[in-house]
Design a protein around this ligand. Structure first.
Ligand code: LIP
Length: 271
């Protein structure tokens, strides 16, 4: 995905304005969801693609909140969100929304969940933000302008050895794919320091950006899981590839310290 061509948005002020809006939307939506969660001892859930693919009223409310804000502030822009219908753009810009990434964690009361908001121009990610309210962490980036956590610059790992790399991954909701993913983890585990599984792709990519893990890979992702985190990790200095670049679902992603990228990709991607 090209990172330098900003098309009509050559003005860095525009890119930084978009970053500020990503942050505002992600923080506001995730904070509302956290407040609502705190008032419920038990959550009602529905299922989507499988018995384990959960959605709650708070996922839908958070996305509707963001959609309403965008329709009033950026009415010409398009929207692609996990829980709602696509909206076409007349401005060339499209917002990519995962209202609650890590929904299972949200339901079970675990901390690794957050709202991910990104804005793209074609295949270029211009700006993005991920807010995790329980962790009190806000990650953001703008294309060519660096990445930060709570306003402090993010610098990714520069690990040079796969054998000592801490690697994050995740698993799909489809049981057949999970058995393949389990076999792949078993193959990788002896070759790396250790594996971590947070339950949120957006958080995993932010952890790559922060150098808290040296790498992250996953198969079967959706664009809303990763759009903001991809830019945040890239702007922090990591190498990130995902394919197919123009896909919305069934995306394979590898992100890591640049020196170990090729060796990790050779293990986790079947050529
Ligand atoms: C989640 C991803 C995570 C993956 C989970 C799930 P959701 O997204 O962020 O990486 O392993 O299976 O897809 O469903 O919580 O928005």
């Amino acid at each position: 995905m090209p990172q330098t061509d900003l098309g009509g948005l050559s003005n860095s002020a525009d890119v930084n304005d978009l970053r500020s809006l990503c942050i505002d939307l992600a923080v506001s939506a995730a904070s509302k969801a956290a407040e609502g969660r705190a008032q419920r001892a038990q959550l009602e859930t529905e299922t989507k693609s499988s018995l384990t693919d959960l959605v709650t009223e708070f996922d839908r409310a958070a996305e509707n909140f963001i959609r309403e804000r965008l329709s009033s502030q950026r009415p010409q822009d398009g929207i692609v969100g996990e829980e709602g219908l696509d909206v076409p753009n007349t401005s060339g810009l499209t917002w990519i929304i995962d209202p609650i990434d890590g929904t299972t964690n949200f339901v079970f009361g675990l901390p690794a969940w957050g709202c991910s908001v990104a804005v793209t121009q074609g295949n270029t990610i211009l700006a993005g933000a991920v807010h995790l309210p329980v962790l009190r962490e806000t990650y953001s980036a703008a294309s060519g302008r660096g990445a930060s956590i709570n306003g402090t610059e993010l610098i990714s790992s520069q690990s040079t050895s796969l054998q000592t790399a801490l690697v994050a991954t995740g698993f799909a909701y489809n049981s057949q794919r999970r058995s393949q993913q389990g076999a792949l983890v078993a193959k990788l585990l002896p070759q790396v320091r250790d594996i971590r599984r947070s339950g949120s792709a957006a958080y995993d990519l932010c952890c790559v950006a922060a150098g808290r893990v040296d790498a992250y890979y996953e198969h079967g992702l959706s664009i809303w899981d990763i759009a903001a985190g991809v830019l945040i990790a890239r702007e922090a200095g990591a190498t990130v590839e995902f394919t197919p670049e123009s896909a919305v679902t069934d995306i394979t992603l590898v992100a890591s310290a640049t020196p170990i990228f090729k060796s990790l990709r050779s293990v986790v991607i079947e050529e």
